[in-house]
Design a protein around this ligand. Structure first.
Ligand SMILES: [Zn+2]
Length: 135
């Protein structure tokens, strides 16, 4: 089970996170949530939240490259560190099982360890459509 914000990061290669400062249509704004594949953010000075597509008129801040390259594990589909050989580093994955009225958490080594990533993690700042500059 993954959060919608994680789904947005994975799908659009953008660094979207709760509380991140972005620019929407040239105006400063703050990300306040995500839902249904859309971002919710509040433009500075406005009371109501705006809902927008993660690639529509949004500019994300430049994120420094991580010390170790990261990739999306194709097994657990999470953002994980890669080894120097370009394969997924050691990590566990976890979940919750239900048995009748009881539930319990489990955690075990991820089968994706040692395999190439589904794709590398990228932090794009200008992923998609922007309003054309008026000259
Ligand atoms: Zn994994």
């Amino acid at each position: 089970m993954t959060s919608t914000m994680e789904w947005i990061r994975r799908t659009y290669d953008v660094p979207a996170r709760h509380g991140m400062r972005i620019e929407f249509d040239g105006k400063p704004a703050t990300i306040v949530g995500a839902g249904g594949g859309y971002l919710r953010f509040r433009i500075d000075g406005e009371k109501r939240r705006t809902v927008g597509h993660p690639c529509y008129r949004i500019v994300y801040p430049a994120i420094p490259e991580p010390v170790r390259p990261r990739g999306w594990c194709k097994h657990c589909m999470q953002d994980r560190a890669m080894t120097a050989d370009g394969v997924m580093g050691r990590h566990h994955w976890s979940g919750r099982n239900y048995s009748g009225s009881r539930s319990y958490r489990w955690s075990k080594p991820c089968p994706g360890v040692g395999e190439p990533p589904w794709k590398p993690v990228r932090n794009l700042t200008h992923p998609g459509e922007q309003r054309e500059a008026t000259s």
